[in-house]
Design a protein. Structure first.
Length: 251
């Protein structure tokens, strides 16, 4: 008589990912923090210390502990921060400079990771979340989520310059271009541009302008997709509304 497989054996196995990635997806820490914790012997799986960050792990079927505490899926948090100029977007800085986490240290928030980039000299809208899946979707180049910037440059733009910024250039093997460029206002020696990108490479706007021998005096991110910075004070943050989270997810 044939043996019937149990209902448990019929249930498809959950995807198995590396241990560090599993911790990151749970929202308890960043991927790099998880890798460090694993290598330091601070993580156990089913009661055994695992020091390999790439150890295949099933969060649904295995008991994972970090520093002796069960690594449970954290409540998903989404915030918008108005990043001031001179603040580093990093969990720590080897030179001891202020980071965005110094602005959040007394807020009682769980670990949150930055969604995308803003370099130290740039300011404006920065999103942070412990939902790594949402963050990855929002920053995926395939999604082409628009980011709107106001940029002060050290010269007066010509129509030829605006056209060249849209045509783009190649820098360090990467093609850099703007989706849209408009002149907001101009004075005697400098001007403000409104620049829209639908991808975000490292120092994208600065490198694009540097290729035209133009320096950036100020760079402020005003909006990401449909979400605008609005009147959020500099250095302050707020929770995103569920409708805002959903609108960013849908592009």
């Amino acid at each position: 008589m044939p043996i019937r497989p149990s209902s448990r054996s019929l249930r498809p196995a959950a995807p198995r990912h590396g241990l560090a990635r599993v911790l990151s997806k749970l929202g308890v820490c960043s991927r790099s923090q998880a890798e460090q914790a694993v290598r330091e012997g601070r993580v156990t799986v089913d009661g055994r210390v695992v020091r390999n960050p790439e150890q295949p792990t099933d969060a649904e079927r295995q008991r994972i502990c970090l520093d002796g505490q069960p690594a449970m899926a954290a409540k998903r948090i989404y915030i918008a921060l108005n990043k001031p100029r001179g603040i580093v977007v990093s969990a720590s800085d080897e030179r001891g400079r202020d980071t965005v986490y110094d602005l959040l240290k007394d807020a009682g928030l769980p670990w949150l990771g930055p969604v995308g980039r803003l370099d130290r000299a740039s300011e404006g809208l920065l999103l942070l979340s412990n939902d790594s899946v949402w963050a990855a979707r929002l920053t995926d180049p395939v999604e082409h989520v628009d980011k709107l910037y106001h940029v002060q440059i050290d010269c007066l733009p010509t129509p030829e310059l605006l056209a060249q910024l849209i045509t783009g250039t190649v820098s360090d093997g990467e093609r850099l271009a703007a989706k849209r460029v408009d002149v907001l206002r101009q004075g005697e020696k400098n001007a403000w541009l409104e620049i829209v990108l639908d991808e975000g490479r490292n120092r994208h706007i600065r490198r694009l302008l540097e290729a035209q021998r133009i320096s950036v005096l100020r760079l402020i991110r005003i909006a990401i997709g449909p979400l605008a910075l609005g009147d959020l004070p500099k250095g302050q943050w707020r929770y995103l509304e569920p409708s805002e989270v959903a609108s960013l997810s849908s592009g």
